[in-house]
Design a protein around this ligand. Sequence first.
Ligand code: ADP
Ligand code: RBF
Ligand code: MG
Length: 328
Amino acid sequence: MVCFWVGGAGVQDSRCLLLWCNIKPLPGANRLIKHLRSNGVPTALASNSPRSNVEAKISCHQGWKESFTAIVGGDEVEKGKPSPDIFLEAAKRMNTTPSNCLVIEDSLPGVTAGKAAGMHVIAVPSVPKKTAEFSTADEVINSLLDVKPENWGLPPFKDWIEGTLPIEPWFISGPVIKGFGRGSKVLGIPTANLPAENFSDVVSEHTSGVYFGWAGLSTRGVYKMVMSIGWNPYFDNTEKTVEPWLLHDFGEDFYGEELRLAIVGYIRPEANFPSLESLIERIHEDGRIAEKALDLPMYAQYKDSPYLRNPLQQGSTTDGSQAELNSK
Ligand code: ADP
Ligand code: RBF
Ligand code: MG
């Protein structure tokens, strides 16, 4: 099986040439490219942009250029996507047939082009909540983290550990705010919502999904946590929310307290569920996965991040366990 890497060149935003080297790869793009390359899966980049622009763009990302067997720009074929030309040309340059190709696309014209070329197509819509429009694709996924190469006859990723995917950790904090008043009441699972607008950059940079890590609560301590980021498909929210469930029984609310998170791993995309019971059961399963995984040294090390402890070190301790944490 030959694989094409296409659409948006796997980077976020591309307003102007000078800014290109500031743009971050999409979550999971580096991992996927490295995986295909190290497993010897020929990969092409097929974009409607002129070839020179595509080359300039990917030159900012170490190891990308060498990872593509072929690069086809929009100026090298008669018609761009949604015409199949660009993909047919890529297949030709890789000496293979269209039915042997898998297209990964983020745009609707790209999905149309891939299917018109007679190829397999995975859609990764760049606009959230638009999955229905991509129904002509063979599969619609939420992010590149969710590509399952084995579904397409390609070697599987080997970086999953006990149901979790390690990620480059990221850190966010803020005061605990009121949510929809539904976590405890409807699900029996309290989630300490954070104001997503405070760190909209870092939140929009990461895909929606279920993550886990460590939570530092000023005056209380550091706890394991599992969280959802996104639109809660079951409730179809209009706002993206950040909702950590601390895996500890506090027996009280702590609205307004400063909550600091170190997010260290990914579990799954957000999903819809046929019933409330099945959503609740799945969240509990996420909790068990996080609880166990956080004892692995690769995740446990972040429990000691100064970021989580900062407010505590400023002298706001309340009990013995806190004093013990501070003395470390
Ligand atoms: P809201 O919709 O306002 O977020 P929830 O029903 O989700 O309300 O309850 C969340 C609140 O419950 C948190 O803001 C926090 O004050 C409190 N809480 C108590 N225990 C926990 C816990 N283990 N994890 C998260 N929040 C908790
Ligand atoms: N909501 C969904 O609609 N789909 C999900 O897959 C989902 N997964 C969640 C996973 C975890 C670990 C947590 C804490 C919450 C999840 N929720 C999900 C969010 C849940 O709907 C939300 O916390 C409540 O609606 C309260 O606002
Ligand atoms: Mg909540």
